[in-house]
Design a binder for this molecule. Structure first.
Ligand SMILES: [Ca+2]
Length: 522
């Protein structure tokens, strides 16, 4: 894939070089912008005088972004955005599946828009080909909100070693956490668990002590599947950073390795084995699809789930739950035997974002536009729409609002431009999080505050490209087998780790460690 893109790009760059050479020889001048440009011919052919700064007409800035909606081309949200920023926004909105092709075609035909999304490795190629702008100096003047949101993180992107080319997505992921039914705890006269022993006692009581008081043996402790993320809090109690679908890397004696090699990994495994053996968790955990796993929580069968709390206490609340009244939840913090707690920390993605076309005629306006989108006010416009026309706040502090009139219809709201552009230069404190209910917002903050730090390697590693999928499937198979094996757990573990090391793991550890310390400046 990477090779293919490089090839397309090098062809495109060659084509552009030929085109620009032709243009130069024809015009007899170079095309570098100057501080005080002479009157130039616009594309329509009319000659426009240079305007003074006070009466400057708004520039048109073209933007490419992806989404799953179908906003009307000239909708009121874009018009409002243009008005507020004094920039005419020319939005090209396409399906995510079409992005790679669209960028390739636009690159080849030299029609890239002023602002467009690129992955980190593509950004390096485009930077080296001279296609995207270094906006480091302009950001200081026109991008205060971008800098306030992303700050030092910008320099961590591999494309930004000698300038700032790639503006990262300011979104922070949600962290995994334990969501536990407090109405069941109340029925049982129990408190929120605080350590692994009291957690076991709660799961035991949720399974065997009729927490829903219906006289039937019809419940268990935890809704969970085969993803280690379903026990992220247990791993975290042993200091191992685990997120949804990923056990993170760790630093062990200054060397990068997998979280599965953490010295307390098998202790966490033994604890989980006991929960399974004693029947306290989803019995079909090895094979159950996510939706079926969730439904055990929604139907009052499971009393807890490890998931980002945005699901259990906000998005699913109350409509997904069959009980009336709906269950109540809290987020217990489980401290392990060595004092560890939490789940894998939330970091910005260092490899996705937007870039500015090196040929953009008004980079200052392009950055001003994007910077406004990275304010709470700008993101409110792009998510909720125009205040008091499309929506109104009921209680802004509480994050409650209502859509107005025809905009109550989601299709009408999105056709008018509401929601569609909400991810474009969204700030970290984005509207999507600000309209979560209070308990969920507090839960999100609590989970992030308890994040377990782990080493991040920014540059893609060749050993991951070569052996990544083989290595990952060995580790996933190991996890499931460790939880069910009748053999000695350590023997099984050693066998799988040896297999992983042979399948590329040792090579990966070497490359990852070297690359990590290089990126840390050692
Ligand atoms: Ca029962």
């Amino acid at each position: 894939m990477k090779k293919r893109i490089s090839k397309i790009l090098s062809i495109a760059v060659a084509a552009i070089m030929i085109l620009s050479l032709a243009a130069c020889s024809k015009a007899g001048t170079n095309q570098q912008p100057t501080a005080n440009p002479e009157p130039t011919k616009s594309s329509s052919g009319s000659t426009k005088p240079t305007e003074g700064p006070t009466q400057k007409e708004p520039s048109t800035i073209s933007v490419l972004m992806t989404g799953d909606n179908t906003p009307a081309p000239d909708n009121i949200v874009l018009k409002e955005l243009s008005k507020r920023t004094n920039v005419n926004v020319d939005m090209i909105y396409i399906s995510k599946n079409d992005l790679a092709t669209k960028i390739s075609v636009m690159t080849a035909s030299d029609t890239l828009p002023d602002v467009f999304p690129l992955s980190g490795s593509e950004a390096i190629e485009y930077r080296d080909a001279g296609l995207i702008a270094n906006v480091e100096d302009l950001l200081k003047e026109y991008g205060p909100n971008i800098l306030a949101n992303l700050g030092d993180s910008l320099k961590k992107a591999a494309a930004n070693k000698d300038g700032i080319y790639l503006i990262l997505d300011a979104k922070l992921p949600y962290c995994m956490q334990l969501n536990m039914r407090t109405d069941w705890l109340k029925n049982l006269g129990m408190e929120l668990p605080t350590d692994l022993d009291s957690l076991y006692e709660v799961y035991y009581a949720f399974t065997y002590n009729d927490p829903d008081k219906d006289g039937k043996d019809d419940t268990f402790g935890l809704a969970v599947g085969a993803d280690p993320g379903g026990f992220a809090t247990v791993f975290g109690a042993y200091g191992i950073p685990v997120a949804r679908n990923s056990v993170k890397n760790i630093l062990l004696d200054d060397k990068i390795t997998i979280g599965q090699k953490h010295p307390h990994y098998l202790e966490a495994i033994e604890y989980i084995r006991k929960l399974i053996k004693d029947g306290l968790v989803e019995p079909d955990w090895g094979t159950i699809p996510n939706m079926d796993m969730f439904s055990k929580l929604w139907n009052g069968i499971a009393g807890a789930i490890e998931w980002e709390c945005v699901g259990p206490t906000n998005n699913w609340m109350p409509s997904r739950y069959v009980e009336d009244p709906a269950p109540t939840f809290d987020f217990p913090v489980i401290v392990g035997p060595y004092g560890d707690k939490g789940t894998a920390a939330a970091y910005f993605s260092y490899s996705t974002g937007y870039v500015f076309n090196a040929k953009c005629k008004d980079l200052a306006s392009a950055i001003r536009l994007c910077d406004y989108c990275m304010t709470e006010e700008g993101n409110e416009l792009l998510y909720l729409g125009i205040e008091n026309v499309m929506y109104k706040w009921i209680n802004k502090e509480e994050g409650t609002f209502e859509y107005l009139g025809e905009y109550k219809d989601t299709a009408v709201h999105r056709a008018a431009g509401g929601y569609c552009y909400a991810t474009f230069f969204a700030p970290t404190n984005r509207t999507e999080e600000r309209i979560l209910n209070k308990q969920t917002r507090e839960g999100v903050a609590k989970a992030r505050a308890l994040g377990i730090d782990y080493p991040v390697i920014i540059q893609p590693l060749q050993t991951r490209i070569d052996y990544g999928s083989d290595m990952d499937s060995i580790l996933q198979e190991m996890y499931v087998n460790l939880l069910v094996t009748e053999e000695d757990v350590k023997t099984v573990y050693d066998r799988y780790i040896a297999e992983w090391e042979k399948a590329g793991g040792l090579e990966w550890e070497k490359e990852a460690t070297e690359q990590y310390w290089r990126e840390q400046g050692r």
